[in-house]
Write a protein that binds this ligand. Structure first.
Ligand code: FEO
Ligand code: CA
Ligand code: CA
Length: 687
């Protein structure tokens, strides 16, 4: 069985010529009965409750971004290529120059040649491509990798040893959770050799977690509750012996698990206390138990961690008591059966419980007794993540994507201000109130411009009031998709991670793919955006601006296949890339893009790529690392000064037909258990 969405779409012919040479002892296990080359049905089932079968296209009447992008790509085709035409800094158009004039960083950083891999990353030997059935994690020559922590390892000091055959909710609630996605590392104390590693745990793959699993009906209540405890977040205390030495886990007083099943959260902002979020267990509408489907995130300038509650629609039992306004989120019955352990997941018992998920979470990892928050002022949708930065006037700005086909891009601008150097580990209330905007894109008519189009940020809330006619403030923030559609937000190609380059101020958004199939033509060269693209936004001023220009620095695909790829750079200089998911920057401003869907679209393992954003090599893609069969690459943390790259290896071995006794991966190859274990790895440059 294949499916029609979940990043990768239709299967393509096998391309054995892409198969990687043998790389060490870890070759693919027998693949009997497995369907590679397409995103597995099980991915859709466990990750998002088959959301692809319930598309929720926005009712916005604005042109789809896919159409704007195709026009932009077509125009670039006529001009001779994306790379040649969009060299920022080489020839600034008036509007570019206006924006750059307000930011010394943009001008300085746009010198030709800037943003190739820099520092310790300079000149790394590219990896791969690696075929999609290879069970190995591959790093460049001259680098080595090790596992820092994986599913079931101790996070809290009194965690029991992992026992695959007898996992309990109580044990799991102290151990590292499943399917880690976002990752950040914040320093602890002085000296640089202690840190807190914070990771999200997005979802669970019951079929390869539990002995005896045959289908969802076979799960015991204990197993279902164990899965609840495997969701959430982890704060992991790590130490090392000095710069260049590997990080290792030392469970200490900061070690903390946050789960879907038992961790209290405080609702903040305009929706807190509203009737929309009151339940029989919480008549105040301010205290929520748990967080779930935490995908990407961000680190605030004050050292707290933001986490996006993404596919919250896949955890509740439906009923006719469900508020019809939740229809825009596609709340779907699932086989998870969490309501069998906690009745609040049955909408017949608690119709408002679902309104208490789908928010941005803020956690202070420095205080293990702090109550994490859910910020309602930042809107409710399938939050991918949130990137926070401080504007020159002290307001905090967060960029956020809503990851579903034809949903929207958002920006939050705080009401209150913080200093330019806020104290680390202190909790600020600055994300509790502010204005929420959504993006409306237009394509540029002038073919000589150095950008592809313009855009505006349309307010949904302003000054503590609704900016959407006919909707109250609480409704705008709880049913944000409806509000965005009402003001004509642009439907995007699955906006995932969005992050601001701290060096240039430009903003980068990964759009994983589009399932629409337009007619190809001279001005419309891509028959289907199954490979995705990265969108670059340049605000007309600082990050509080209400207008911007945009461009496409990366149009993904296979450089050897002109029907899929349109970078404009020679194929020999570019490596295949598809389904961009997470974006991150190193301290030199270098852009790193991790992928989720290359197995289905390119028949290659997912990867971490470096992308050059400026100069004549703008759009150049170089692969640094690939993850094992079935996995996606998540949460990159790149230290280009020290030569350290950390990633989360999410859902290794997730292929159709896999089971506890029929695995295709043994990641992280420590022989500990007979099933792959999602986890965090660190690649270090050999000294
Ligand atoms: Fe959890 Fe949108 O990826
Ligand atoms: Ca993602
Ligand atoms: Ca992902």
């Amino acid at each position: 069985m294949t499916t029609t969405s979940c990043c990768a779409t239709d299967a393509q012919p096998d391309r054995d010529e892409r198969a990687a040479p043998a790389r060490g002892p870890r070759q693919a296990l027998p693949m009997t009965g497995h369907t590679l080359g397409s995103r597995s049905a099980q991915t859709c089932h466990f990750r998002c409750a088959d959301a692809c079968l319930s598309p929720m296209p926005s009712t916005s009447t604005a042109p789809r971004f896919a159409d704007l992008a195709e026009r932009a790509i077509g125009r670039r085709a006529l001009l001779g290529g994306l790379g040649a035409a969009v060299v920022v800094g080489a020839a600034l158009a008036p509007r570019d120059a206006q924006a750059a004039g307000r930011s010394r960083a943009v001008t300085a950083a746009s010198a030709p040649g800037a943003f190739a891999p820099a520092g310790a990353m300079a000149g790394f030997a590219p990896v791969g491509p690696i075929a999609a059935d290879v069970d190995d994690l591959v790093v460049p020559q001259g680098w080595e990798w090790h596992s820092i922590i994986a599913w079931g390892d101790a996070v809290e000091r009194d965690a029991p040893a992992f026992d695959l055959d007898a996992q309990t909710p109580e044990a799991q609630a102290k151990q590292f959770g499943y399917n880690c996605d976002f990752l950040t590392v914040v320093p602890l104390g002085r000296g640089g050799n202690r840190a807190l590693l914070v990771a999200n745990h997005e979802y669970t793959n019951e079929n390869i977690m539990y002995p005896g699993y045959t289908d969802d009906a076979s799960l015991t209540v204990e197993q279902r509750m164990t899965s609840m405890a495997a969701h959430g977040m982890s704060v992991v205390e790590v130490r090392r012996d000095g710069v260049g030495a590997p990080w290792r886990v030392v469970p200490g007083r900061y070690g903390r698990r946050l789960t879907a099943s038992g961790t209290p959260f405080r609702l903040t902002g305009p929706v807190a206390g509203s009737d929309l979020v009151k339940t029989s267990e919480d008549p105040t509408g301010t205290a929520v138990i748990g967080t779930l489907n935490n995908c990407a995130g961000g680190t605030t300038p004050w050292g707290t961690v933001l986490s996006g509650e993404e596919n919250f629609q896949g955890y509740f039992k439906n009923s006719d008591r469900l508020d019809a306004r939740n229809g825009v989120y596609g709340i779907s019955n699932t086989g998870r059966g969490w309501e069998l352990g906690q009745a609040r997941f049955d909408t017949a018992s608690e119709p408002n419980e679902v309104n208490r998920f789908g928010w941005i979470v803020e956690l202070n990892p420095y205080d293990p007794f702090s109550t994490p928050r859910k910020h309602t002022a930042m809107g409710r949708f399938r939050h991918e993540g949130a990137d926070a930065s401080i504007a020159p006037d002290g307001r905090v700005v967060c960029y956020m994507g809503d990851d579903q086909a034809d949903q929207h891009l958002y920006k939050f601008v705080s009401r209150d201000r913080v200093g330019q150097r806020p104290r680390q580990g202190r909790e600020y209330d600055v994300l509790e109130h502010g204005d929420l905007y959504t993006a409306r894109f237009a394509v540029e008519g002038d073919p000589s411009s150095t950008y592809d189009g313009t855009g505006e940020w349309v307010p949904l809330t302003r000054g503590g009031r609704s900016a959407v006619p006919g909707m109250s403030l609480e409704e705008v923030l709880t049913f944000t998709r409806t509000a965005a559609a009402a003001v004509g937000a642009t439907p995007m190609d699955r906006p995932e991670d969005v992050e601001r380059n701290p060096v240039t101020g430009r903003v980068y958004m990964a759009c994983t793919n589009s399932s629409r199939r337009p007619a190809p033509g001279a001005a419309n060269p891509r028959a289907l955006n199954r490979y995705g693209h990265v969108v670059e936004l340049t605000e007309d001023g600082d990050q509080t601006a209400t207008t911007f220009t945009w461009s496409l620095p990366v149009v993904c695909g296979d450089p050897d296949d002109p029907s899929t790829y349109f970078s404009g750079l020679p194929a020999s200089e570019v490596m295949p890339i598809a389904c961009p998911d997470n974006v991150a920057f190193d301290s030199y401003g270098g852009l790193w893009v991790s992928t989720d869907g290359q197995p289905g679209s390119l028949q290659l393992n997912d990867a971490l790529h470096h992308v050059t954003t400026d100069g004549p090599d703008r759009g150049k893609v170089t692969t640094f690392l690939t993850v094992p069969v079935g996995a996606e690459t998540c949460g990159p943390v790149v230290d280009a000064v020290e030569g350290s790259v950390m990633v989360c290896v999410q859902h290794p071995g997730e292929v159709d037909g896999a089971s506890i006794d029929n695995q295709v991966s043994r990641f992280p190859y420590d022989g500990m258990v007979r099933t792959p274990r999602p986890g965090v790895v660190q690649a270090l440059k050999r000294r």
